[in-house]
Design a protein around this ligand. Structure first.
Ligand SMILES: Cc1cc2nc3c(=O)[nH]c(=O)nc-3n(C[C@H](O)[C@H](O)[C@H](O)COP(=O)(O)O)c2cc1C
Length: 198
C-alpha cells in the first residue's frame, strides 16, 4: 500500500533513539509544556488489549521538581532498609533538579477486563517507547529509570496507584547540553531471528 509517510525519516528516528541522562541535560532550560503534551498524546496512542489504556502519568515540572526530589528523598530514606545506598539517594535527590520534567509512569489494572498483568505492562512499555521516539524527533533528551523507589510498594500511593497496580518507572526529560550521535551497541538482529519459510 502506498503511503505519504517518509519511511527514511521514520527509520532514522528509531535508529537514532538513545537514552540521555540528567547529568547531560542543560540545567534550568525548560522544555515547553506543549511538547510534553505531545509526548503524552503519543504515549496514549500505544496499542493495548481490550482498550484498557493502562498507562497513567504524573508530570513534575517547575517547583514540582523540588517536590519530586523531596518525595524521593522521603520515600527512599524511609523504606530502602538494607538496600540503602548514599550514592543512590544523591542521584534520586539531584536528578530531578537537573531535569526539565520528570514523568512518573504507572500501570493501572482494569477492574472489568481482568487481562493477564503482563499484557498491561506490555501496553505501558509500548507507551514508553512512543515517549522515547517523540523525544528523539524533537531533539530532546531523556531516559527511563526503574531505579530508586520504583519497586517500593509504599511508593505506589503517592502516584495514585493501588496495590494491584504497578509503578513502572520515571522518565527524566531535558534539553541535551552536547548532543551526540553515539548510540549504545546492539548485537545484529540476525542473531535473534528464526525465520521459517516452509
Ligand atoms: C525497562 C527499562 C528500565 C531502565 N532502567 C534504567 C535505570 O534504572 N537506570 C538507568 O541508568 N537506565 C535505565 N534504563 C535505560 C537503559 O539503561 C538504556 O535504555 C540502555 O542502556 C540502552 O541504551 P539506549 O536507550 O541508549 O539504547 C532502563 C531502560 C528500560 C527499557
Amino acid at each position: 500500500m502506498e503511503t505519504n509517510y517518509n519511511t527514511d525519516l521514520f527509520n532514522s528516528i528509531i535508529q537514532n533513539r538513545h537514552s540521555v541522562f540528567p547529568n547531560q541535560f542543560i540545567k534550568g532550560k525548560a522544555v515547553p509544556d506543549e511538547i510534553i503534551w505531545q509526548i503524552l498524546e503519543n504515549a496514549n496512542r500505544a496499542p493495548n488489549h481490550k482498550h484498557t489504556e493502562p498507562w497513567r502519568f504524573t508530570v513534575f515540572s517547575g517547583d514540582g521538581l523540588q517536590h519530586f526530589s523531596k518525595l524521593q528523598l522521603k520515600i527512599y530514606t524511609q523504606y530502602a532498609g538494607e538496600k540503602f545506598k548514599e550514592a543512590k539517594l544523591k542521584n534520586l535527590v539531584e536528578y530531578p533538579l537537573m531535569s526539565s520534567h520528570v514523568i512518573a509512569i504507572g500501570m493501572k489494572r482494569n477492574e472489568e477486563q481482568k487481562l493477564p498483568e503482563i499484557e498491561e505492562i506490555i501496553a505501558t512499555a509500548c507507551a514508553i517507547e512512543n515517549m522515547y521516539l517523540t523525544l528523539t524527533a524533537y531533539g530532546i533528551g531523556g531516559y527511563l529509570s526503574t531505579g530508586g523507589i520504583t519497586y517500593f510498594e509504599e511508593a505506589k500511593a503517592y502516584f495514585d496507584l493501588g496495590s494491584d497496580d504497578r509503578l513502572i518507572g520515571f522518565f527524566y526529560i531535558g534539553y541535551i547540553a552536547n548532543p551526540t550521535n553515539s548510540l549504545t551497541k546492539r548485537q545484529p538482529i540476525q542473531e535473534k531471528v528464526k525465520w521459517v519459510m516452509k
